[in-house]
Design a protein around this ligand. Sequence first.
Ligand code: G
Ligand code: G
Ligand code: MN
Ligand code: NA
Length: 255
Amino acid sequence: QRMVEQLELAIEHRELSLHYQPQVSVVSGRIENLEALLRWQPRDSSSFVPPGEFISLAERSGLIHRLGDWVMEEVCRQQAAWRRAGFSTSRVDINLSGRQMLRPDTLARFEACLERYGLTPQDIGIELTENVLIEAAPLVLEDLRRLYHRGVRIAIDDFGTGYSSLSYLKHFPVTALKVDRAFMRDAPKQPEDRAIMEAAIFIGHRLGLEVVAEGVESAEQLSLIREMRCDLAQGYFFYRPMPAPDIQVLLGGTA
Ligand code: G
Ligand code: G
Ligand code: MN
Ligand code: NA
């Protein structure tokens, strides 16, 4: 309970920040994309509260709307600054959780935010889990379709771990699959996990989707997904999530 109160004050106390984790092309190793990941370091603490903990707390308490609005605003601000500074890179993707997508105006706010910062629909993408898509209201899906047609990248996060049938893939506007890192973790040792990864990549490609492997931690995993012709890779083998200044160093600028 005390944590909810602390979290309520986190925005005005400037305790929130974003880390960005690069996704690289499996073929060229080039950074193509960044995923924005929320971090919370309370003032009186020397460490970060694990996101899994405070994000689910924020979901339950409804604070996720304020946190989510802050994330949108901060990502747009940062991306606009990077664009002005001439970084050619990379779209930045944000995570949208269940409760955020149940609020009818979340996606309209997203569009308004893009406009306010002079960004194009290609500059910021969104990640949703399949469960979130399936529970989305018809009006929210309409907004999502509009974003899709405007060119916003929409990725299914944690692909392969939801409770849905595959048929949702043909009904929902999506552009990419992120294969859950549980499959990647065991792929080198478990033929079943390799088979599932391979099938996910195949189905993604047949549907014209980009496929991202999450949780790539070793050269062995990379060579597996290379053989499978996965498009993008994200994981500690390449880069950990890092604060914006480190991203700028990585991209070779000083802005
Ligand atoms: O880095 P990692 O531990 O950051 O993230 C843990 C979980 O928190 C992931 O499932 C991720 O999708 C989620 N998450 C991270 N940042 C955000 C955010 O800005 N908004 C939402 N809704 N979820 C986030
Ligand atoms: O659920 P989502 O995919 O949004 O969460 C991303 C989470 O995965 C973040 O918590 C991020 O820190 C974590 N992550 C990123 N790369 C790796 C990795 O290579 N290994 C593990 N174990 N976690 C990772
Ligand atoms: Mn994600
Ligand atoms: Na994920």
